[in-house]
Design a binder for this molecule. Sequence first.
Ligand SMILES: [Zn+2]
Length: 111
Amino acid sequence: MSLASKYSHAAVWSLLPGYIRPDGTQAYPLTAMVANLAKTTPDRPALMRHDDVVTFFHEMGHVFHGLLSRTQFSRFYGTQVARDFVEAPSQMLENWCAHRICILGRVLIPT
Ligand SMILES: [Zn+2]
């Protein structure tokens, strides 16, 4: 992929929908996140800025929305919900970034 066409922001794609098959078994979803995050260098570890953490948590909300959906029909899987609920899981995860200590037990220092 050339740099000119390189994706410049984080995004999530649903690759396979999850749903309950007619025999009652679960068809498991597949979701992918793509993001440009800091890379490690020989003299610096790969540290994320606070806004990168917020972006990462936001996109993880979409990932969890896709991976944890439990629907009978793939049509209603993941973010295929009422438009004003699409961002709800992401906003809940973003909210954790506003607390000095998030559920991961790490101290977040706002920029
Ligand atoms: Zn979003």
